[in-house]
Write a protein that binds this ligand. Structure first.
Ligand code: TXA
Ligand code: MG
Length: 310
C-alpha cells in the first residue's frame, strides 16, 4: 500500500484538536483519540456506546514514549524486544505522574499498552506529542472492523475522519497479557500464546473467563454479528449460512469458507469480514462447523463462542 502523508497529516490535525478519527492497525481498525485528553476519551466512549467501566487500550510509538507513563518490568522488556510492534497488548502499572486521562483508565492505576505495526499508524504515532487511546472501531459488543468500509458501516458520518490503511492483515484483535505479577493472558488474540511462552521460557496463566471481569472483552456477549450463531454443527437447518474453516469444493451459495487450505492464521484474518458478509447477504442465522482448537483456532473459537451468546 502506498502511504499518503497528507492523509496522515489530516488525521494528526483532528487528533491535535481532541477529535476522534479511525486509524488502521494490523489487527483491526481503532477509534482513536488523544489519550492525554479527557475530552477526546469521552468522545470515544460516546461514539462507541461503550460502558464507562471498560478502559481503553493506549497505543505508543516505542519504549521511550511509554516510559513516561508506565512502570516497565523485565517480562515486559523481554516481550517488547521480540514482539513489538505487533499484535500484543501489555497490562502495566501506571506511574503516579502519568498524563493518561482518568476517563481512559476508568481511574484504575493500570494501563493496557500496545505498539501497533501498521506503517501508516506508526508514522502518525511517531509524530504526535501524545499516545493514542483506541478501542476497536465498532459499536460496542459487535464485530470489529477490518477495513475503512466496515468502520463507515458502523459509524457513518459520526466519525470525523477515517485514515485509510487498506485491509488489516491480522484481522483479529491483539492478545492481551497482564504483566504486573505472574504473566497472565486476559484475551486470546492475533498472537499465538505459544510464541509468548517460548520467549518467557515458562508456563503462563490463562484467565479469559474470570468470575470478576477485568477486561470486558471477556464479557460473554461480545463480537456479535447481530444474528444467532450455532457452533460445532454437522447438519445445518434450512436457511442457515454454513461457516467452515477449509474450503470445500461444492457450489452452494450459503457455504462460507475462512481459508482455502484450512490455514488457521488465514481463517482468523477472514473471520470478521466473513461474519459481516453473511449478515449483508441477509441470512438470519449462522451454523459453524467444528474448528480445530489449536493455535489461532483457539482465538477463533473464543470469539465465536462469545458471539453465540447473543
Ligand atoms: O488489537 C487491538 O487490541 C485493537 C486495536 C485497535 O489496537 N483494540 C482493541 O480494543 O481491541 P478494545 O477496546 O476493543 O479491547 C480492549 C480490551 C477490552 O476488553 C478492555 O476491557 C481491555 O482491553 N483493557 C483495557 N484496559 C485494561 C486494563 N487496564 N486492564 C485489563 N484490561 C484492559
Ligand atoms: Mg473491541
Amino acid at each position: 500500500m502506498k502511504i499518503n502523508l497528507s492523509n496522515i497529516k489530516k488525521a494528526k490535525n483532528f487528533l491535535n484538536k481532541s477529535e476522534c478519527v479511525a486509524i488502521p492497525t494490523e489487527t483491526v481498525y481503532g477509534l482513536a483519540g488523544n489519550a492525554y485528553s479527557d475530552q477526546a476519551c469521552m468522545k470515544i466512549f460516546r461514539l462507541k456506546k461503550r460502558p464507562k467501566n471498560n478502559p481503553l487500550i493506549v497505543h505508543y510509538y516505542d519504549l521511550k514514549k511509554v516510559k513516561k507513563d508506565c512502570i516497565l518490568n523485565n517480562n515486559f522488556l523481554k516481550l517488547y524486544k521480540k514482539l513489538s510492534p505487533g499484535p500484543i497488548t501489555f497490562i502495566l502499572n501506571l506511574k503516579k505522574n502519568s498524563k493518561i486521562s482518568k476517563i481512559a483508565t476508568n481511574k484504575k492505576n493500570t494501563l493496557a499498552v500496545r505498539f501497533p505495526k501498521h506503517p501508516v499508524t506508526r508514522i502518525l504515532l511517531k509524530e504526535l506529542k501524545f499516545p493514542i487511546a483506541a478501542p476497536s472501531a465498532n459499536i460496542s459488543s459487535r464485530v470489529s472492523a477490518v477495513t475503512s468500509n466496515d468502520v463507515k458501516d458502523d459509524f457513518g458520518k459520526r466519525i470525523k475522519y477515517i485514515l485509510e490503511g487498506g485491509r488489516s492483515n491480522i484481522g483479529i484483535e491483539s492478545t492481551i497479557i497482564d504483566l504486573r505479577k505472574d504473566p497472565k493472558i486476559l484475551r486470546l488474540g492475533g498472537l499465538d500464546i505459544n510464541v509468548i511462552k517460548k520467549i518467557l521460557g515458562k508456563k503462563i496463566l490463562i484467565n479469559i473467563n474470570p468470575a470478576k471481569v477485568s477486561a470486558p472483552g471477556q464479557f460473554k456477549t461480545h463480537y456479535s454479528p447481530g444474528i444467532p450463531i450455532r457452533l460445532n454443527v454437522k447438519k445445518i437447518k434450512k436457511g442457515e449460512a454454513y461457516l467452515m474453516v477449509r474450503r470445500k469444493k461444492v457450489n452452494k451459495i450459503n457455504y462460507y469458507f475462512l481459508s482455502k487450505k484450512g490455514n488457521l492464521k488465514e481463517a482468523a484474518k477472514n473471520l470478521y469480514s466473513t461474519l459481516r458478509k453473511i449478515r449483508k447477504d441477509k441470512y438470519k442465522s449462522i451454523a459453524v462447523s467444528k474448528i480445530p482448537n489449536v493455535g489461532l483456532g483457539k482465538t477463533i473459537n473464543d470469539r465465536l463462542l462469545r458471539a453465540s451468546k447473543f
